[in-house]
Each structure stands twice: as C-alpha cells, then as structure tokens.
Design a protein around this ligand. Sequence first.
Ligand SMILES: C[S@@+](CC[C@H](N)C(=O)[O-])C[C@H]1O[C@@H](n2cnc3c(N)ncnc32)[C@H](O)[C@@H]1O
Length: 340
Amino acid sequence: MTENFFSITANVNYINQALEEAREVDKALKIVQNYGNGILLSATSMTKEEFNTALVHKKPVFIRHISAFDAIGEINNNMTTQDVANMVMSYISNIEKDSKIAVQIRKARGEYYFNPIDLKGEIDKILVELGAEAEIKEPDYIISILLDEANCYIGMSPSELNLSSWSGGMVHYKKEDADISRAKYKLMEALDTFELNLSDIRSALDLGAAPGGWTSVLLEKKIAVTAVDTGDMDIRLNKYQNYTNIKANASEIELPEQSFDLLTSDVSWNAKNTAVLVNRASKFLRDGGYAIVTVKLMGDKVRRTIREVKEIYQEIFDVMATKQLFHNRDEITLLLRKRK
Ligand SMILES: C[S@@+](CC[C@H](N)C(=O)[O-])C[C@H]1O[C@@H](n2cnc3c(N)ncnc32)[C@H](O)[C@@H]1O
C-alpha cells in the first residue's frame, strides 16, 4: 500500500490536539516523526487531495498548517545549493505559466551547509525561467520543502489546501516600536483569519483591554472604542478622540443596550467565567453584532473546556469560527455572532 507523507504544524503545546484532529480525518494516520518543535511528519494511505480536502473542510482548531509531499529527495555534502534546487525541481511537474508560486522551506532537523534562503533564491530563479512568478503573498501554489537531515520532503499544492499561505502558518506582522502590547497581533491575526468586514463597524466594546493593544488596533481603524479593565490603559491612547476608558470590573459595567457593533474580550480569567461575563455584556452589543473572544486554556481537558465554553456562548451567540491562531499561546480565539 502506498503511503503519502504530510507535515502537520501546530503550537508545540497542542500537538496532541492537532494529531487528534488529523486522526478524525484518517484514524489510521501514522506519526513518522515528531520533531518536538510543533511539526509532525505523518503518513496516510489516503491520497494527497483526499486528505488535504477533508482536513480543510473540517476547519481544525489546532492544526495551523499542513503540507503534502509528493517525493523524498536526498541531500549530500557534495551538492551545491544549485544542485539541491535542481534536485527539488526534478520532482515538481506541471508548472503553469504565469502562476504565482511561493517556495516555503522549513528545517525540521539537521544542520546544512547551505542557507535555506539561498536555496529558495535558486528555486525562485528556476520558477521564473519556467514562466511562473515567484510570489510570497497570495500565491496560487506553494512548493513545500521540509529538510530532515539527508532527506528532503518535497511537494506542491494549491495554497488553500495548506490551511495557511504563511510558512508553517506563522503569520508575521511588522513590529513597531510604538506597539502598546504584543497582544495586538492576536486581534490583527483574528481580523485577517476570520475575514471580518469592518466597514459597518463604528463602535466597539473592548473587555480586558489593558494596556490597550486591541484598543489601539480598533482605534487605528477609525472605530470608536470603549475600553474596560480593572488595570491601567496606556496613556498614549488618550490622543484618540473616539476613545473612552472605564476602569472597572467588566462584569459590573452598565452601558446603553444594543449600543456597540463589535464586542472584543481578552479577559485573563477562567474560560467559563469569562464566557458568563461576556454573555452578560452582550446586551450592550447590537443584535447580529460580532464578538471576538479569547478562551484561556488551562489544565489538560482542553477539548472538553472548549466544548463547555462554546455551550455557554451558544446561549446568546452563534459560534462562527474557532481557531488557535499563531499569536495565541495557551488560548484559542472564537468569532461569535449575537443571535437576533
Ligand atoms: C491579556 S490582558 C489584555 C491585553 C489587551 N488585549 C491588549 O491588547 O493590550 C488581560 C486583561 O484582562 C484584565 N481583566 C481580567 N479580569 C477582568 C475583569 N473581570 N474585568 C476587567 N478586566 C479584567 C486584566 O486586568 C488584564 O489587563
């Protein structure tokens, strides 16, 4: 029986949950190698298309990225970087003219005499000679290369089948010196991942807002923000005219009902208590409005916690999406919509 190889990438602390998700697609899925860094090499007897499509359809929470491999090449010390690039490309066929192709190289383990960036440069050159465009953002296809000592796993897939077009699902944003908190990247990634249309969102209620990273992201998008926290907000936010700070426990605030278009919560508290708190505050959100909330994962009953927390939110909201984002640590992010 032929086997197909895949890499599965998740937060290193949630690799078991990622594996469970993959095994919901193929219960006979084998682990070939757990590299211990959030990357699993696995094998399935399903075809590449069947496995990838079924996994994408399942919308996994913890699997951030998959790549399917078509071949295993061999690397040795006598090869130049150009030789390695030619070897990789000898396994890639059907390059469509003018197609946009991203080359993503990841080192699972091993030390190499060549720099992966140089290898990518060599492969990009060959792609351009073949009439394709070497493209990083919004590629049509991704060539995935996983370096594992002398083995080089090689595959090409339409980018939507990798779950993320970022290498390993590692979404990167430009860091700015003026960033109020690193937490802001969680909200930026959530807005991008959930593709939330912000054009009709004029006001937001941000719970657990201090020091103000999420608040700053929303204010920058010209959304009026009421930020609630028992702690102090960064004073640099005071320059925004449509910014209000309420220094209080979020479970005790009183505001006009149905007055916000968006509710966000990054409250650092037990996930179920936070869900009760957010449900109470949902009366300030207009019907049909969205909420983006983080769910803090503590203890080992991760999937049970998520199920129970969702049940609490479902008293008020429909759960539109559930994802452990690259910028989430011991937490996941939910997109919720208040029922009318
Ligand atoms: C992870 S931080 C939020 C970071 C914020 N999203 C940012 O981008 O800067 C969690 C915040 O939740 C706040 N918090 C926890 N329980 C709260 C409660 N019951 N009411 C209001 N704030 C709470 C904490 O004071 C803390 O500032």
